[in-house]
Design a protein around this ligand. Structure first.
Ligand code: ZN
Length: 119
């Protein structure tokens, strides 16, 4: 049996960290709280075309960062759901128990070491 409590604590704290990071480049989609959208920096007083280009650039960077953060955020949330469902620590491919070293390296892991590449 896997002791899920330690992993749960790590997942909860990582989720909080990710939410803080997500909030620096995006905001929760008002019509879908499970979705995050990138935010553009404020435009300032007058609409200078150079400013607009820079805003779009920063927006693009934010969107890329947000995308990576969101992928990880969803993995962490899925792992927490599996803890609630009692299926945590079971490989999603083979159904076997996930190695402890694998879970230590990544508490959000959904597969055993043999199935890391096959999701
Ligand atoms: Zn497996």
């Amino acid at each position: 049996m896997i002791d899920t409590q330690a992993y749960k604590d790590r997942l909860i704290s990582e989720k909080a960290t990710l939410e803080a990071e997500l909030a620096t480049v995006g905001r929760r989609n008002p019509s879908n709280p499970n979705d995050w959208e990138a935010i553009a920096p404020e435009g300032g007083e007058q609409a200078d075309p150079n400013d607009t280009a820079e805003i779009l650039e920063v927006y693009g960077e934010n969107a890329a960062i947000l995308n990576d953060l969101e992928i990880r955020y969803n993995q962490v949330k899925d792992a927490l759901s599996r803890i609630e469902a009692g299926t945590y620590g079971t490989c999603s491919v083979s159904g076997e128990e996930i190695e402890e070293e694998r879970l230590n390296a990544d508490p959000a892991a959904a597969t055993c070491i043999a199935h890391i590449e096959s999701k």
